[in-house]
Design a protein around this ligand. Structure first.
Ligand SMILES: [Zn+2]
Length: 89
């Protein structure tokens, strides 16, 4: 296996790994909860973009849910808390 092949780049692997963790049964629409979706490929779309076949909205794994930007802020706080704990230990 050539690990330098484009399909094995770090970003791709990380993205696919995240998808497999969060979408074990395939893309899951955060808007209506449907598994009925189409992956949008090509250079005109963002990487990992998926369109829901039911509500027609587009999303990616990282598109915020109803929590909006708060989701990433919470994650950041958790990461900072972990760092603080690591220092205190
Ligand atoms: Zn949907």
């Amino acid at each position: 296996m050539d690990i330098n092949a484009p399909r094995y780049t770090e970003e791709t692997v990380a993205h696919e790994h995240l998808e497999s963790l969060n979408w074990p049964d395939g893309p899951f629409c955060p808007h209506c909860g449907s598994f009925n979706s189409t992956r949008l490929g090509g250079t005109h779309h963002r990487k990992g973009l998926v369109q829901c076949n039911d509500c027609r909205q587009q999303y990616t794994l990282t598109v915020p849910t109803s929590a909006g930007q708060g989701a990433s802020a919470i994650w950041l706080e958790a990461a900072q808390a972990w760092v603080c704990e690591a220092w205190a230990a």
